[in-house]
Every structure is written in structure tokens, then in C-alpha cells.
Design a protein around this ligand. Structure first.
Ligand code: SF4
Length: 97
């Protein structure tokens, strides 16, 4: 859990790689209308199910949705190639772009 939080915040604050942006956008499609999504004081976007800061959670490869709307992602980097897999299915491959 601590590793997920640290990784999510690190990626949120430092990494703007298209693969991460793709993963965040894909996950956000599930979160944006989720009944468990909530704001705190109208400022902070949270997952009300697990209590995590939503934007940081979306940026962590290791995180998963507590109601199984999205899963952890494996990131495979080989040279300049970046591939993302969710449940062993390729969801992003920079060689395709
Ligand atoms: S992580 Fe899951 S439970 Fe939390 S807001 Fe997103 S879709 Fe809802």
C-alpha cells in the first residue's frame, strides 16, 4: 500500500510519458461517474471506497480499483519500446504509434 502511494505520487509529479497518460485516461473513464468518487471540501478528488487521493491512485501501475473496474498494470520497457499490460492483455504499445 505504501509503495503504491509513493509510486502514484512520484508518477503524478514527475512523469508525463504518453504511456502513463494513456493509463490514467483509461482508468479515469471508469472513475469519473463512479458513485464512490467524492471530493473533500470541494477541492480534493478521492476514491471513497479506499480513501486514496484519486489522481495519485490513477498514476500508480500497482494500484487497482477496489470494486474491480480496473486492475494493476504491468509496464514492460525494452529499449525505446514501452508496453502496458492489464490482466495479461496489451493495452498500450508505443510501437503502434
Ligand atoms: S477506483 Fe474504483 S471505486 Fe474508486 S472511484 Fe475509481 S472506479 Fe470508483
Amino acid at each position: 500500500m505504501i509503495a503504491e502511494i509513493v509510486e502514484g505520487w512520484y508518477n503524478l509529479l514527475t512523469k508525463k510519458h504518453p504511456a502513463i497518460q494513456f493509463m490514467v485516461k483509461r482508468r479515469y473513464e471508469s472513475c469519473k461517474d463512479c458513485p464512490f468518487r467524492k471530493g473533500i471540501a470541494g477541492v480534493t478528488d478521492m476514491c471513497g471506497k479506499c480513501g486514496c487521493h484519486l489522481k495519485a491512485k490513477l498514476h500508480s501501475y500497482q494500484s487497482s480499483c477496489p470494486i474491480n473496474k480496473w486492475s494493476k498494470v504491468d509496464c514492460i520497457i525494452e529499449g525505446d519500446s514501452v508496453q502496458l499490460k492489464e490482466n495479461n492483455i496489451i493495452i498500450y504499445n508505443n510501437a503502434e504509434f
